[in-house]
Design a binder for this molecule. Structure first.
Ligand SMILES: Nc1ncnc2c1ncn2[C@@H]1O[C@H](COP(=O)(O)OP(=O)(O)OP(=O)(O)O)[C@@H](O)[C@H]1O
Length: 517
């Protein structure tokens, strides 16, 4: 190869690399650039093969297993960072026969630099590794050259693009699998533990959920989150994105039920200027914006059928057409969808496409209702009280055991969201410095309690009372508020149910500052 340019950041170099038509040619040119043009004493460029389990060279027969730590590539890939070794030391410490054979003719005086390479786009998949050997000062000079960073970035970008076009995509995905297996247990446990700060809960159901979130994040499969309202689907979607290889890309979310049908298509797919009346400017849709990242479609069950067909195309080919556009565009995104509806029933009613359902649910993930993980309630309560105090600038506050018992036994049709709202209300109803008692809890009446807790509802936290008049006032206010809520604010019915004239109830509401109609 003729070296027209010695500057590593130069145009000639870029052209040299860009002209490659397939990953092996690109790797060969990269070796030539570094070897011939930059006079690096020894260069090799390895790629990931066999489901990403091994590293291979284009001109050699050997394959180095990624989990065999007798060669330096496994160390560099595992750490995800470049590794520098004195060759003499590497030879004596790292006794892999193929590695030994690879560096057999090289000088003991030289250093070896192994640089793991990963795609520089949203997927950030591992590609392989660059190996350079030379005298330490020459190696240092090469790596310090700003052009080298540009060269490496260009190499990674082109390699990833060519690999995708050439079907190497699968190979790289398999590498991710192998990296996952490499570090399997420990890494997964550490991630699941870290997730515990975000997805609170120590019940078996919560631990299993966190484990599944980590596993989902390790793949690029479409995820379908199914769970009742308020179980944390939005939180889980964000957690998957944050732990995934796309974490540096954008995360975009849309609630398909909250947007009028007529606007949803433009919102998702974007539109050209003049595509419809009022479209004064072209606008990129969420699919385009999510390129390189994750798109979260909440309430997918409410997506109209014509849009479902278009979404299926995006999932299958990454292609979509903005409203008014002549040509299709390409987006590389990961889709996470969520629903609280039983989608199978919607399929039976012909309200949801079966093919889309199966494509969306490559990684189905069911979120447990709060009733299936009541053990988590004390931890959630504690966190929500702390949140409230921090948000409102209140001193720390606790909760009495009687109130906590009521909370543990109550029903939660709105799941964690309902518990959170309930704690916010109870905090607001509790005097600063005091602990939350049963009387501060809204909806504590027989109608909202599970049978086992009905007795507990009647139990006041008597020991916490230090002001009888205040306690009586509180009790009266809580009772009236609950009764009004039960009768949808109808004072006449509430008064009747309490054996009071309507006028007396109105007076009490005024005196107790109960803000009801
Ligand atoms: N495991 C959890 N730890 C801490 N907070 C949680 C947890 N799960 C849910 N929450 C909180 O509960 C509320 C509801 O969560 P989220 O919005 O994620 O639920 P959802 O299932 O998406 O609800 P919907 O179906 O109504 O959209 C949020 O305030 C969220 O922060």
């Amino acid at each position: 190869m003729a070296c027209r340019e010695r500057d590593l950041g130069g145009m000639a170099l870029a052209l040299t690399l860009v002209e490659s038509e397939a990953p092996p040619a690109l790797r060969r040119r990269a070796r030539e650039v570094l070897g011939h043009c930059q006079s690096t004493a020894w260069v090799d460029c390895l790629y990931l093969a066999e489901n990403g389990r091994r590293l291979a060279g284009d001109d050699s027969d050997w394959r180095l297993a990624c989990d065999d730590f007798r060669h330096p590539y496994a160390h560099a890939i595992r750490r995800g960072e470049p590794l520098r070794l004195a060759l003499g030391e590497a030879r004596s410490r790292l006794d892999h026969p193929d590695f030994q054979a690879q560096v057999a003719g090289l000088s003991h005086e030289w250093h070896l630099e192994v640089r793991p390479l990963r795609a520089a786009d949203g997927r950030r998949e591992w590609l392989g590794a660059l190996a350079l050997a030379d005298a330490p000062e020459r190696l240092e000079a090469l790596l310090a050259d700003p052009g080298f960073a540009a060269f490496e970035a260009l190499l990674c970008r082109l390699w990833a693009r060519l690999a995708r076009h050439q079907g190497e995509r699968d190979r790289q995905a398999r590498l991710r699998d192998s990296l996952t297996q490499l570090s399997d247990g420990a890494r997964r446990r550490a991630l699941a533990e870290r997730l515990g700060e975000d997805l609170l809960g120590t019940s078996a159901a919560s631990l299993a959920l966190r484990d599944q979130v980590v596993r989902a994040a390790e793949t690029s499969l479409a995820v379908l989150l199914q769970g009742e309202t308020g179980t944390g689907k939005d939180r889980v979607a964000r957690a998957i994105h944050r732990l995934s290889a796309r974490r540096d890309g954008p995360f975009l979310a849309i609630n398909c039920a909250a947007i009028p049908e007529s606007l949803l298509e433009a919102e998702l797919f974007g539109h050209t200027r003049g595509a419809f009346s009022g479209a004064d400017q072209a606008r990129e849709g969420l699919i385009g914006q999510a390129d390189g990242g994750t798109l979260f479609l909440d309430e997918i069950g409410d997506m109209p059928l014509p849009l479902q067909a278009k979404l299926l195309r995006v999932l299958e080919s990454g292609r979509y057409r903005p409203l008014g556009a002549d040509e299709e565009r390409q987006a590389d995104l990961r889709l996470i969808a969520a629903t609280h509806q039983p989608l199978r029933e919607r399929i039976r009613d012909r309200g949801f496409r079966a093919d889309l359902y199966y494509r969306l649910g490559q990684f189905p993930l069911a979120l447990p209702p709060l009733a299936a993980r009541r053990e988590d309630i004390p931890l959630l309560v504690e966190a929500f009280i702390a949140d409230f105090c921090a948000r409102e600038g209140r001193p720390e506050m606790g909760i009495t055991s009687a109130a906590l018992r009521l909370l543990r036994e109550r029903d939660y049709p709105g799941n964690v969201r309902e518990l959170k709202n309930l704690i916010d209300y109870a905090c607001a109803m509790t005097r600063p410095g005091a602990d939350i008692g049963p009387s501060a809890l809204p909806g504590v009446d027989a109608g909202t309690l599970a049978p086992a807790s009905r007795a507990a509802a009647n139990e006041l936290d008597l020991y916490a009372i230090d002001d009888l008049r205040q306690a009586m006032r509180h009790f009266e206010a809580t009772l009236i508020r609950q009764r009004l809520a039960r009768f949808d604010g109808n004072r006449a019915r509430a008064a009747e149910s309490l054996g009071l004239p309507k006028r007396t109830l109105a007076h009490k509401c005024q005196r107790l500052e109960l803000d009801t109609p």
